[in-house]
Design a protein around this ligand. Structure first.
Ligand SMILES: Cc1cc2nc3c(=O)[nH]c(=O)nc-3n(C[C@H](O)[C@H](O)[C@H](O)COP(=O)(O)OP(=O)(O)OC[C@H]3O[C@@H](n4cnc5c(N)ncnc54)[C@H](O)[C@@H]3O)c2cc1C
Length: 423
């Protein structure tokens, strides 16, 4: 590993952005250290499948060490970053010595934004991390086990769910819950009348999946409605408690579970980078560098970057984070190995897609804006996510579980394991 004479690249965050950067530095004459509070990389697009028992947590969280051990100039440290001192070029951690750097790559992602909604901190289930997905899964299974013993709970809203947000996270989660509650659980819980369970998706805007065109929004609304999800458009959730939500219109929806998929905010460390946040994200130049600090790059969900060709602000997507991270890795490599100038970042849009449930998805494929819905989009969604999933073992596990769930309506991952349980 490091002999201390080569430039040191400190990569904060082992998400799509951080790992993308670290891997592109494989041949660079630098020593790279990547740090994350978790010892695994999270494949966020499939978190809702952990929460709905399709996939095991280990399929969606892959050990970082397994991903970096083949790269000689790369090391990993599990630690929580507590501070960034740009002037001293030093990063501090909860239980590790402060680390200096020659280049700093910051890819710490984002976190759920409850927009000040009363009670959300205590009662909403966000779906941004693996622990959050496991918590939601455990909560739902526990509720069903309770209702199996006391079926009257069903009529008290014990099993009802409100999903807040009509973007991809909300739509994918609502569709997966419908499949779980109405196609899988009737056999698992014969004492529960699942037809009396309500799933409600609340969206403040006037359509679902607003980043797509209106036809896709209508298809999504029809498909969810057919699958017994009640969609409430133009409504805002004002308050959340353990038994339901209050809407802005004054209406109350009883629900034992409220899932939050309605927005992101920066991680607190974003405010330590000495710049005013734009749209809650850290502004960067065309090379993804921080103003006044050419040795610091900010990438992924944390950054607000503008595409150099289209002039558009890039969305908070895994594909953007990965490409931005890789671009930074290539940039540092060019600076150190080839002594060449950095190149501006250009995002290559390979398509946008979202799944609504079994055999239903939407996809828009550039450059001619080819729009797919239904089975074709669903098959494409599956193939793309399988290809992107980190690690061959995770891909194989996902393929096996998807095939099994699809053919049997069974959920092999639906077990309740509490680490604190008695042996
Ligand atoms: C439910 C859901 C579904 C999604 N679906 C899609 C999709 O279908 N397609 C798509 O393109 N994108 C999707 N996205 C978005 C995509 O997952 C994100 O854009 C992407 O993960 C951002 O990557 P990142 O590297 O910037 O951040 P992250 O992947 O969030 O990584 C940040 C890392 O930083 C670490 N970290 C944060 N703070 C600290 C700290 N203080 N100390 C140590 N470590 C820290 C975290 O543990 C994490 O590993 C989805 C997101 C969610 C939440």
């Amino acid at each position: 590993m490091s002999d201390g004479t080569r430039p040191k690249v400190l990569v904060l965050g082992a998400g799509f952005a951080g790992l993308g950067a670290a891997r592109k530095l494989r041949k660079a004459p630098v020593d790279v250290v990547i740090v994350d509070r978790h010892d695994y990389h999270t494949f966020q697009p499939l978190l809702y499948q952990v929460a709905t028992d399709v996939l095991d947590p280990v399929t969606v969280g892959h050990p970082v060490r397994d991903l970096v051990h083949t790269q000689d100039n790369l090391d990993f440290a599990q630690a929580t970053i507590t501070g960034i001192d740009l002037d001293a070029r030093t990063v501090t951690f909860d239980d590790w010595d402060p680390q200096g750097y020659d280049y700093l790559v910051v890819g710490l992602g984002a976190r759920a934004n409850f927009f000040g909604t009363t009670g959300a901190d205590d009662h909403a289930f966000p779906l941004y991390t693996l622990p959050q997905a496991v918590r939601l899964k455990q909560h739902l299974l526990t509720r069903f086990e309770e209702a199996a013993k006391r079926p009257a709970l069903v009529d008290e809203g014990h099993l009802d769910v409100v999903v807040v947000g009509g973007g991809p996270t909300g739509v994918e989660t609502a569709g997966a819950l419908s499949e779980l509650f109405f196609n899988v659980f009737p056999e698992d819980y014969p004492s529960i009348d699942t037809s009396r369970i309500g799933i409600t998706l609340v969206e403040h805007g006037d359509r679902l999946l607003a980043m797509f065109d209106e036809g896709i929004s209508e298809y999504t609304l029809e498909t969810l409605t057919e699958r017994r999800v009640t969609v409430r458009l133009g409504e805002r959730v004002e308050a959340i408690d353990a038994d339901g939500v209050d809407l802005g219109s004054g209406e109350r929806i009883a629900a034992g579970t409220t899932i939050w998929g309605a927005g992101l905010q920066p991680v607190p460390l974003a405010s330590e980078l000495g710049v005013e946040l734009v749209r809650g994200r850290v502004p960067v130049d065309e090379f993804l560098r921080l103003e006044h600090h050419p040795e610091v790059f900010v990438v992924g969900d944390m950054a607000v970057a503008t595409d150099t060709r289209s002039g558009e602000v890039l969305p908070q997507l895994g594909s953007v984070a990965l490409q931005a991270g890789e671009h930074v890795g290539v940039t540092i490599d060019r600076l150190e190995r080839k002594h060449a100038d950095p190149r501006p970042f250009h995002y290559l849009d390979k398509g946008t897609m979202a799944t609504i449930g079994r055999q239903a998805a939407v996809a828009v494929i550039p450059p001619h804006h080819l729009t797919l819905t239904g089975r074709a989009a669903w098959a494409m969604w599956g193939a793309v996510h399988l290809a992107l999933l980190t690690g061959g073992d995770s891909r194989m596990a996902a393929l096996t579980n998807w095939f099994w769930s699809f053919t049997t309506h069974d959920r092999p991952a639906r077990v309740l394991i509490h680490p604190d349980d008695e042996d």
